[in-house]
Design a binder for this molecule. Structure first.
Ligand code: PMP
Length: 360
C-alpha cells in the first residue's frame, strides 16, 4: 500500500488496521458466507455489530448507558441542524446558539425556521477568527455550540456555563479527539467521517431524560423518541458505516482511549504550529487567533499567492494532499484527525521549516 499523508478535512483518514478488517468483511463477514454489504439489518449477524457500536460510543466517551442513549442515523450532521430544533424547540420557546463559525451559522439558520433563536455569543464581526464570549439568555430550551470550527480552525476546550439550559454540541470535527468531561454535554452529535469512520452514519448521543420533553407527532424518521424506541432500526440503518465506526472505536480503545488519542493530537498540532510560529515572515495565521486555535484543523497562509502555490506543489511532491483551505476562507488547512499519523505532522513541520529557510 502506498499511502499518502491525507490532510483532507473530511472524509478523513482512517487507521490502516480498520481498513484491512473492513476490506476483509466486504469479502466475507465473520464466516457468514456473506459480505457485510449483503447482511440483513435484522438478524443474528448484524445485531451484535449495531449494539456494539452503540455501546462503544458511550463507553469511549465515559458516558453511562443508564443516563444516555444513542441514535445512529443517516443524513449527516446537516440533518441534525434541523432535527434538534424540531425535537427540542417548542412553541414560544427560545434556543441559545453560539455563532462561532460557518457550520454553527448553518445550524442557526435551521433553528430559525422552527422557532426563536437567541445568539448567546458571536464572532461573526471578526470573520469567526475566535471563540466569542458566551452569555446565555437564562431561559433557553438548550444551548448549542460547535466544539471545533472545521473551516476556521478554532476549538472549544472549556465548555460554557449555560444557566440551566441543556448543552448541545456539534462535535463533528473533534469527537474522540479531545479529553473533555462529556457528561457536561446533554446531547452530542457528529458525522462519523472525520474522526470516527466513513461518511454515511451520524450519531446522536443524548441524555435519556431529554426524551421526556421532546416534541411529539414528528415524522418518525425525524423523531429522536422513535429512533431511540426502535434502537435506530426504525428503517434500514447504514450498516457498513456503522460497522466501520465500531472498528474505529475499537482502534481508539486499543490506542489507549480518548485520553491517549487526545494527548497525541495535541503533540501533533504542536509540531506544526511550532514550525509555523517560528517562520512568521513566510507563514501567517489564516483565520484563527492563536489562543483559540484547533488541534484538528490548522489554518494558515503564506505571504503571497505565489509562495502558497510553490508550497503546495512541494507538499504534493512529498506525498501530502488535501492542504488547500476551505473555499470560503482560502489559505491552507491541515486537518489532522485522530487517525492521522505523527509522521505526517513531522513531515509537514519539516517542509515548513525548510521552505521558510529558503524563502524567508
Ligand atoms: N458540522 C461541522 C463542524 C462540520 O465540520 C461539518 C462537515 N464538514 C458539518 C457539520 C456538516 O456535516 P455533514 O456533511 O455530515 O452534514
Amino acid at each position: 500500500m502506498n499511502r499518502i499523508y491525507n490532510f483532507s478535512a473530511g472524509p478523513g483518514i482512517l487507521p490502516v488496521s480498520v481498513l484491512e478488517e473492513a476490506s476483509q468483511a466486504v469479502l466475507e463477514f465473520q464466516g457468514s458466507g456473506m459480505s457485510i454489504l449483503e447482511l440483513s439489518h435484522r438478524g443474528k449477524w448484524y445485531d451484535p455489530v449495531h449494539a456494539e457500536a452503540q455501546e462503544l460510543l458511550l463507553s469511549t466517551l465515559g458516558l453511562s448507558a443508564s443516563e444516555y442513549t444513542v441514535a445512529l442515523m443517516g443524513g449527516g450532521a446537516s440533518t441534525q441542524f434541523a432535527l434538534l430544533p424540531m425535537n427540542f424547540l417548542g412553541d414560544g420557546e427560545t434556543a441559545d446558539y453560539v455563532d462561532a463559525g460557518e457550520w454553527g451559522a448553518k445550524a442557526i439558520a435551521e433553528a430559525r425556521r422552527v422557532g426563536r433563536v437567541h445568539i448567546a455569543g458571536s464572532s461573526k464581526a471578526t470573520n469567526y477568527d475566535r471563540l466569542p464570549e458566551i452569555i446565555p439568555s437564562g431561559e433557553a430550551s438548550y444551548l448549542h455550540l460547535t466544539t471545533n470550527n472545521t473551516i476556521e480552525g478554532t476549538q472549544v476546550f472549556t465548555l460554557p456555563e449555560t444557566q440551566g439550559a441543556p448543552l448541545f454540541a456539534d462535535a463533528s470535527s473533534d469527537i474522540f479527539g479531545v479529553d473533555r468531561d462529556y457528561s457536561q454535554l446533554d446531547l452530542i452529535y457528529a458525522g462519523a467521517q472525520k474522526n470516527a469512520g466513513p461518511a454515511g452514519v451520524t450519531f446522536v448521543i443524548l441524555r435519556k431524560s431529554l426524551l421526556a420533553v421532546a416534541q411529539k407527532n414528528l415524522p418518525p424518521m425525524f423523531s429522536y423518541q422513535v429512533q431511540c424506541d426502535k434502537q435506530s432500526l426504525y428503517n434500514t440503518p447504514p450498516v457498513f458505516p456503522i460497522y466501520v465506526l465500531g472498528l474505529t472505536l475499537k482502534w481508539i480503545a486499543a490506542e489507549g482511549g480518548v485520553k491517549a488519542v487526545a494527548a497525541r493530537n495535541q503533540q501533533k498540532a504542536a509540531l506544526i504550529y511550532d514550525a509555523l510560529d517560528a517562520a512568521p515572515s513566510v507563514f501567517t495565521p489564516c483565520v484563527a487567533v492563536k489562543e483559540h486555535r484547533s488541534w484538528m484543523n490548522l489554518t494558515f497562509k503564506l505571504a503571497t499567492p505565489e509562495l502558497e502555490k510553490a508550497f503546495l506543489t512541494e507538499a504534493q511532491a512529498l506525498g501530502m494532499d488535501g492542504l488547500p483551505g476551505h473555499r470560503n476562507v482560502g489559505g491552507l488547512r491541515a486537518s489532522i484527525y485522530n487517525a492521522f499519523p505523527v509522521e505526517g505532522c513531522q513531515a509537514l513541520a519539516a517542509l515548513i521549516q525548510d521552505f521558510a529557510a529558503r524563502k524567508g
